[in-house]
Ligand binder design. Structure first.
Ligand code: TRP
Length: 334
């Protein structure tokens, strides 16, 4: 609890260009949660180096992601928006937690197995212990809730196990975090292969709408979206491409899928697709304008980065000191 509010922690990696899926599935909901919770939204750049990165690109993308958080509507005065690498307690707690995590637990992580297969030439120890760093992120802030996608549930479960293990040994040190699965956290699929999540690392750029795509590109991608030959607008798992378009339209217009189906009753895919494009453009245009405006304001962004980095450091430091005391590290002499 901070000032009577429950604490929320989440983070995104600054790798790849953010997609409409990241926005509708995560960022947009983060904004909705920021009144109810005391929120920490991190740009988790330390996680990014588990895969080799070009330094200049990583730096640029990290700043761009932080700017996007704000452009999407997260008020940086209310929400602690900061770079993970600016708060050294993340690395420090991760080390401690590493010593309480079993190899067998990490061996079971499906994301590790997937990433190891994908990056067979660089299966580094960081990739293996990635979930421990994620646990440190969450536990440092005594987070009550963590909005995550289904792909991160296994990591969150590990975080809960580590917290419980630690508390059993040393008393109540960590808050046990719960997953926050958004009610409307639309899961947006690839426009080219609706069996796959829309992903910033997709090799086919037509599968994803990027947050910085211009209107013509958005329109083209929507028109080319894979559907089916049934030709009739319904909301069913048997027509996954169509279902995805209905989800996108609904999320962008604030309608329910049922309302969308009714709106397009008797119409064809040729009517729906451009309407989806328009709906997406009307959501992304203001976001892009705000992003452009913020990007020019270097002094403002720098001040946010500094203030929020210090704020995060304050809360993280409190937890870390408690952990150090519990495990028997000598007190610091002041
Ligand atoms: N692993 C998360 C992802 O790739 C990002 C992340 C890092 C995160 N630390 C976190 C998410 C803590 C939630 C809480 O999506």
């Amino acid at each position: 609890m901070i000032d009577g509010k429950k604490v929320l922690f989440s983070g995104m990696q600054a790798t790849g260009n953010l997609t409409l899926g990241n926005y509708l599935g995560a960022l947009k909901n983060w904004v909705a949660l920021s009144d109810e919770y005391e929120c920490f939204y991190s740009v988790v750049d330390m996680h990014s180096i588990t895969v080799r990165q070009d330094p200049a690109t990583l730096r640029k993308r990290a700043r761009s992601l932080l700017t996007l958080y704000i452009a999407a509507g997260l008020d940086p005065k209310k929400n602690c928006i900061y770079y993970q690498s600016h708060v050294s307690a993340h690395a420090e707690l991760a080390w401690v937690l590493n010593c309480y995590t079993y190899m067998g637990e990490l061996n079971r992580m499906t994301q590790f197995k997937d990433k190891a297969a994908k990056h067979a030439d660089n299966i580094n120890a960081g990739l293996f212990t990635y979930p421990v760093l994620m646990a440190a992120d969450i536990l440092l802030y005594q987070a009550d809730v963590v909005p995550v996608g289904i792909d991160q549930m296994q990591h969150l479960e590990l975080t809960r196990n580590l917290a419980e293990r630690f508390n059993n040994l040393y008393g109540e040190v960590f808050t046990i975090p719960e997953a926050y699965i958004g009610k409307v956290g639309a899961k947006i699929m690839s426009l080219q292969d609706p069996s796959k999540k829309m992903s910033k690392s997709d090799e086919n750029p037509n599968g994803s709408i990027y947050l910085m795509d211009d209107p013509d590109t958005i329109m083209r991608k929507c028109r080319r979206a894979v559907t089916d030959s049934e030709g009739c607008i319904r909301y069913t798992d048997r027509q996954p491409g169509l279902k995805n378009l209905i989800d996108i339209y609904s999320a962008c217009t604030g309608k329910t899928p049922e309302e969308t189906v009714r709106e397009f009753d008797g119409k064809g895919y040729g009517d729906l697709k451009p309407a989806v494009g328009e709906a997406v453009i009307s959501v992304l245009k203001p976001l892009q304008e705000e992003y452009a405006r913020l990007s020019k304001d270097k002094a403002y962004l720098d001040s946010i980065i500094k203030e929020n980095g210090e704020k995060a450091g304050y809360y993280a430091g409190k937890t870390l000191r408690k952990v150090h005391r519990k495990i028997g590290f000598p007190d610091r002499i002041r």
